[in-house]
Structures are given as structure tokens and as C-alpha cells.
Write a protein that binds this ligand. Structure first.
Ligand code: HEM
Length: 360
């Protein structure tokens, strides 16, 4: 005897809603919620930009894993094969490289806009902290990816980074040993960085981006009233999440793909000399977004630069609470203090970065 087999009823639409018994009307309603008009401005879409670039990274990254071999003997040769022999390998690799750099720039710009609009204040402190962790994840993506190439600079970059980790008080030596998988950068380091790059970090990024977006959804985007702008709920100028805001984001996505393609064609990813653990290169250079820290290291000592980096990171992470304390103390004058701190911090970052970039 067999169980009665229910047969589909009605047209395609009702069949679909039987296959996926979701409240579509509620979803449609939630998607069409009005969002503040200032989201029309591109710098308010800078949060969606790293999200789109992350998707580009996942797609191109998966393609690269088809040919990449994470062992010191084969890593460099496999990247060389991807670049010179695999059809369009150079293009996928270049897209991955350019998109990673764009993602870092987009996250920094997004963070600046959130900072200067003070959108991190109550009740969004937690989301600032989640965002800050996303910045850390994005930079660790870049660092581990750079190390995977296993060229001279990436090898020695990893050596400097693990030495920095080693100088962190108390837990440093343990963290450095864990990163390297031994006393020096070698085969175990490469497999660890590979696992981080293709497994742990993507998962962490997905979880954190979901939490970030969920909180944005729960709190709503900060309402800012710009001069001459009508309130967002104004019927004549209805601006909804779907389709108006999503279309703006998609247009930015198309423009980004266009720029990434052009850059990949004009300036494709290069390949330096293979890693040689016995010869330290004359000039070690990390990726540009670590220049400021590398310059700090050169200007101070290993221990002091690690302490300064930790202090800067700590202040940035807990900034919404420091802002709250400043507001209580200085009342209306707090705006000027926040702007001054932001401008000084960003100028400091720029000066150290340009200084390091121009050093030979
Ligand atoms: C992969 C990295 C990130 C992604 C994908 C992301 C995504 C987003 C998106 C889509 C928004 C909505 C508004 C907008 O687009 O500006 C947003 C808002 C926000 N983000 Fe991020 N973000 C990232 C990193 C960061 C960082 C590094 C910070 C700060 C340290 C941050 C803090 C915030 C805060 C506080 C809001 C709420 C702003 C408001 O209410 O106006 N995010 N984020």
C-alpha cells in the first residue's frame, strides 16, 4: 500500500507558493519599506559596495582554488601556471587582486562616512564593533592571500607579520607559533593561511555581514536630514529599499565591474621572484593598507609599535562609547572634537602610508 500522493493544484504562482510556503506578501512589504532619501547619495551606498566585492572575491577565489596548490614546493609554480598557461587565468587572478584592494578602500570609506555622520551612536554601538571586526577580517583576507602567492615579498611579509604578533605581550609567542605552525614560516604556515583564506575567513565574513545587515534592518539606517531634503516618508518622493535603493546599488555594482575589468586589462596581477627563505630581500613591503603600521614599526621599536597598534585598534573599536563619554563631558562641543579626532587620525594614516610608499 502506498501513501496518497498529493497532486499540485492551481497555476504556476500558487504551485510555487506551495513548494515554498513563505508569506510572500509579507516579504514584498518588508522589501518595499521606505529608506531615508540620503541613501540616494553614493557615499551612503558604500556599505553595499564591499558586499558586492565580497561576492566577486568568492566567485573568482573559488576559480583560483581549482589550480592553486598550497605547498611551498608548488604554490609559486601553480600561481605561475594560472598566470601564464591557464586560459583567462591571468584575468581571474587580476580581478581577484583588484577587487580585494577595492574592498579595502570601500570598507575604509564606508567607515569614514559612518564616523563623520556619527551613525555609530546609541543604539548602533554594537554594529560599529561588528563593522570593525569586518575591517579586520577584510585586512586578514588581504594579508593571507598575499602570502599564498609565495613570492619573495609575500614570504618575508608573512615573516615580519608573525614577528609582530610574537611581540604582543603575554599571548604573542603563542599566537605567532600558532600562525606559523612552528618556529618559522614554512609548509605548515602556508596550509594554515590557506585554510584561513578559503575556509575560516569567508565563513566569519558571511556570519558577520549577516549580523551587520540584520542589525541595520532592525535599527534602520540613521535618519539624517540634509538641507533642502524632504522627510523620507514624503509621499511624492517615495524612496523604497526595493526597487529604488537596490537599483542604485546594482548600478554601482555594474560600474565597479567595468572599472575592475579595465584595471585588470591595463594592470594585470604581476608575479615577483619565488620565495627564498635563505635570502632576505633588501626592501620588504607589505600590502599598502599595512604601510602605516610598517612605518610605525620603523619609526619606533617592535614592542612599542605593537603596543601603539593595539591602542589605536582598541580606541577605534570602543569609539562609540568614548564618544558617549565625550558627549556627556563636552555637550554640544563634542561634534568639533569628533571631527578633529577623525581628521587627525585619517591624516596620520595618509601621511604614514605615503611616507612608506615613497621609501625605497
Ligand atoms: C565587509 C565590510 C562591511 C560591509 C559589507 C558593511 C555593510 C553595511 C551596509 C550595507 C550598511 C547600510 C548603510 C550603508 O550602506 O552605508 C552599513 C551600515 C553601517 N555600518 Fe557597515 N559594513 C562593513 C564594514 C563596516 C565597518 C568597518 C564599520 C565601522 C567600523 C561599519 C559600521 C557600520 C554602521 C555603524 C552602520 C549603520 C550606519 C547608519 O545607521 O547610518 N561597517 N554597513
Amino acid at each position: 500500500m502506498s501513501a496518497a500522493n498529493p497532486t499540485p493544484s492551481g497555476g504556476l504562482k500558487s504551485q510555487l507558493s506551495e513548494l515554498l510556503p513563505i508569506d510572500w506578501e509579507m516579504l514584498r512589504h518588508a522589501g518595499a519599506e521606505p529608506v531615508p532619501f540620503h541613501l540616494k547619495k553614493w557615499w551612503f551606498c558604500l556599505g553595499g559596495t564591499p558586499m558586492m566585492l565580497f561576492i566577486v572575491q568568492v566567485i573568482t577565489g573559488v576559480m583560483l582554488t581549482f589550480y592553486y596548490v598550497p605547498s611551498p614546493d608548488h604554490a609559486y609554480a601553480s600561481v605561475s601556471t594560472i598566470t601564464h598557461e591557464i586560459r583567462f587565468g591571468w584575468f581571474i587572478r587580476s580581478l581577484h587582486m583588484w577587487s580585494s584592494n577595492f574592498m579595502i578602500v570601500a570598507v575604509i570609506l564606508h567607515m569614514l562616512r559612518v564616523y563623520f555622520t556619527r551613525a555609530y551612536r546609541y543604539p548602533r554601538q554594537l554594529n560599529w564593533m561588528i563593522g570593525f571586526m569586518l575591517l579586520g577580517i577584510t585586512m586578514t583576507f588581504g594579508f593571507t592571500g598575499y602570502s599564498l602567492v609565495y613570492e619573495q615579498l609575500s614570504y618575508w611579509g608573512a615573516t615580519v607579520a608573525t614577528n609582530l604578533a610574537n611581540a604582543v605581550p603575554i599571548v604573542g609567542p603563542m599566537v605567532a607559533f600558532f600562525m606559523r605552525g612552528g618556529p618559522e614560516v614554512g609548509a605548515a604556515t602556508l596550509t594554515r593561511f590557506y585554510m584561513l583564506h578559503i575556509g575560516v575567513l569567508p565563513l566569519a565574513a558571511m556570519v558577520m555581514i549577516s549580523a551587520h545587515v540584520l542589525l541595520i534592518r532592525l535599527h534602520g539606517v540613521t535618519e539624517l536630514q540634509f538641507e533642502g531634503e524632504k522627510p523620507s516618508t514624503d509621499e511624492d518622493r517615495f524612496f523604497r529599499f526595493w526597487p529604488e535603493h537596490v537599483t542604485t546599488e546594482l548600478l554601482i555594482g555594474v560600474l565597479l565591474m567595468y572599472i575592475l575589468t579595465i584595471l585588470s586589462l591595463i594592470l594585470p596581477a604581476s608575479l615577483g621572484a619565488p620565495a627564498d627563505p635563505t635570502t632576505t630581500p633588501a626592501h620588504i613591503k607589505p600590502e599598502w593598507y599595512f604601510y602605516w603600521d610598517f612605518r610605525l614599526l620603523k619609526l619606533t621599536s617592535l614592542k612599542l609599535s605593537v603596543l601603539l597598534t593595539g591602542a589605536i585598534g582598541g580606541i577605534a573599536f570602543f569609539w562609540p562609547f568614548i564618544d558617549g563619554w565625550l558627549e556627556k563631558k563636552f555637550k554640544r562641543g563634542v561634534d568639533r572634537i569628533v571631527v578633529a579626532v577623525g581628521v587627525l587620525a585619517f591624516l596620520g594614516f595618509l601621511v604614514l602610508t605615503v611616507w612608506e610608499a615613497s621609501a625605497h
